[in-house]
Structures are given as structure tokens and as C-alpha cells.
Write a protein that binds this ligand. Structure first.
Ligand SMILES: [Zn+2]
Length: 330
């Protein structure tokens, strides 16, 4: 039946009917809030590249985590800024490292909050790459297989501190299997792996690198992060990570990669997680004229990411949006 018998506007006539027929719903239950921890200075320090976001020392981050959970947000993703960097990124797998200390404090303060830790070397190594680099060699060559043992040690150390989920973001081949094996050997069979499975070599990461001071000293990340032009390769990456034991798959960034999210949703049964990254956040922050417009932009973009197929959304807007979203109470 065509017009005038069919009128699409009938189901758009007021807020109640639009609310009733809405296909995609955002809830606070889907959100993950990224948090940054550092040992010094004490307190909280504004991150200039990410307006409204902060680096916290251990005590205040536990407090912040409590506030996040009270808003109905079930999970945080934790990044650490170490006291010192070295060639092997040794603070990353030190049981007394900054992330490990923060995980213990957060678990104690908010036992029900899900703690996801980022597992990578770039924040911790002097050269700033996501894997092991031989500093004596003239050319930058990230040694894949040597990185695996370090990544597995980081994950085990996070699990020991109390992390529920570890999230490797390095894009080395074979890291999910190495981490699964390391966790299982140490008895952490219930710790899940959220793999940054399709992490693209994106220009949208700029503000984040400033936040954790992880820009590589030399070279770039194109030999391990994915070429933004490739979707079939993204599916292959995800398939391999599932075979290696990943429990959840992440696609990063989110908004410029909706096609990848939609393809992954059709192909795989695992939960799909999308990371609305720092550059996406900064873009909205700088273009919005006021708080209402900012919230509308955040809601629209996150709804689109969810509509494309992402079940779980990592976003710097989580805290600001949670009070405006539904929260399931059963
Ligand atoms: Zn990294």
C-alpha cells in the first residue's frame, strides 16, 4: 500500500509513540568508562587533550570508580601511566605497579564494579611501541614473539591484582593464545579476555596518546595495527582471536568503522565491543555549542554504533550520559 493509505509519519507523531516503536535502545548497562591512573601527583589532574577527563592517583581513582558504579555503569577500562619507563616496560608486569595497585584499591572500594585492564607495553616502554623493540638495532622492528611472553606476564599480574577481564591492545599475532595459556596456568581460568581484535592504525588516537604519554619515540604502528582500508582482514583478525580464546571482540575506533561492526555482528556470536576513541570524543566536544548539543551528539553517535551491531560501548561520555539512560533493574 502506498500513500495516502500508508503514512510513515503516523508512528512519529509524538514522543510517546516514538519511544514505543524505537528499535535501538541505549542503556547504562552497556557502558564502559575509561579511567587513567598515575602515581604522582596525588589527586586528580585534568587531561588537556580530553576536556572533562582526568588522570587520578590511587585513592581518588577508587573514589571515582565508586561514583561511576553508583551511576549505573557496570564496568571501567583502566589505563596506567607508570613512574618510570624502560626498554622492557617492566612496570607493566610488576605486581606493585600502578595498575595493579589501582585494581586492588578499586576492587576493595567497589567489589561489584567490573574491572577491565588494558594490556599493552606502549605506556611502559621507553620506545613507546606496543611490543618489544631491540633498541640496539638501527631500524625499528617490533619483535612479535618476544612480546608475547611479556604481554602474558602483564595479564597474569593484572588478574592477580583482581581484574575480571584483561584487554590486550597491542595487536601482536598470537597474543590471545599466549595470554589464555598464562592465565590458565596460574589458575585464572575465570578471567575473560576482551581482545582489541580489529584495532585500526587510526589518526583518531591523538588525544589519548597525550593522556598516557605513549606516542612512539620513532616509527609508527603500521606494522601491527590494521590498515583502515581493510575490512576482510578485520574479519580474519577477529576469527583468529576467537580461535585463540577471546571471549569478547573489540573494534576500535567506532564511528568511522560502522561497516566493520555490522560485518562482525553478522559473522560472530561473541559480544561485540566498540571503543568510541579519544579523537571521536574530542571532535564532539569541540563542535558542540553547549552541554545539550554535546549530549545529543554523544547519544546519536553511540546509538548508531549500537545499531550497527555493537553490544557494549566504551566511551568517555559514559559518566555524562548514564543519568539520561535507562538502567535495567532486574
Ligand atoms: Zn599499545
Amino acid at each position: 500500500m502506498a500513500f495516502p493509505k500508508t503514512r510513515m509519519r503516523r508512528l512519529r507523531r509524538n514522543t510517546t509513540i516514538r519511544r514505543w516503536v524505537r528499535q535501538t535502545r541505549l542503556t547504562a548497562d552497556q557502558l564502559v568508562y575509561p579511567l587513567f591512573v598515575q602515581s604522582k601527583p596525588k589527586g586528580r589532574q585534568a587531561i588537556s587533550s580530553l576536556p572533562g577527563q582526568f588522570r587520578y592517583s590511587v585513592d581518588p581513582i577508587a573514589k571515582e570508580a565508586k561514583a561511576v558504579y553508583a551511576l549505573g555503569i557496570p564496568a571501567i577500562l583502566l589505563f596506567g601511566i607508570p613512574k618510570t619507563k624502560d626498554e622492557a616496560g617492566s612496570e607493566a608486569y610488576d605486581d606493585e605497579g600502578i595498575v595493579q595497585e589501582a585494581v586492588r584499591a578499586i576492587r576493595k572500594a567497589v567489589p561489584d564494579l567490573l574491572v577491565i585492564t588494558d594490556v599493552c607495553l606502549c605506556e611502559y616502554t621507553s620506545q613507546g611501541h606496543c611490543g618489544w623493540v631491540d633498541s640496539s638495532s638501527k631500524e625499528i622492528r617490533v619483535d612479535n614473539d618476544r612480546s608475547l611472553e611479556l604481554l602474558s606476564r602483564i595479564a597474569v599480574s593484572h588478574a592477580k591484582a583482581g581484574a575480571h577481564i584483561v584487554a590486550p591492545s597491542d595487536m601482536m599475532d598470537g597474543r590471545v593464545a599466549a595470554i589464555r595459556e598464562g592465565l590458565d596456568q596460574e589458575g585464572f581460568t575465570d578471567v575473560a579476555i576482551l581482545s582489541y581484535a580489529a584495532k585500526f592504525c587510526s589518526s583518531f588516537y591523538g588525544p589519548f596518546r597525550e593522556a598516557v604519554r605513549s606516542a612512539p619515540e620513532r616509527g609508527d604502528r603500521r606494522t601491527y595495527q590494521m590498515d583502515p582500508a581493510n575490512s576482510r582482514e578485520a574479519l580474519k583478525e577477529m576469527e583468529l582471536d576467537l580461535e585463540e580464546g577471546a571471549d569478547l571482540l573489540m573494534i576500535k575506533p567506532a564511528l568511522p568503522y560502522l561497516d566493520i561492526i555490522a560485518l562482525a555482528r553478522q559473522r560472530f556470536e561473541a559480544p561485540i565491543v566498540a571503543y568510541q576513541v579519544s579523537g571521536e570524543y574530542a571532535m564532539i566536544k569541540s563542535s558542540a555549542k553547549n552541554k545539550d548539543e554535546e549530549r545529543a551528539l554523544a547519544l546519536e553517535t553511540l546509538t548508531a554504533i549500537h545499531r550497527a551491531g555493537a553490544d557494549i560501548l566504551i566511551t568517555y561520555f559514559a559518566k555524562a550520559l548514564a543519568p539520561y539512560l535507562y538502567r535495567l533493574r532486574h
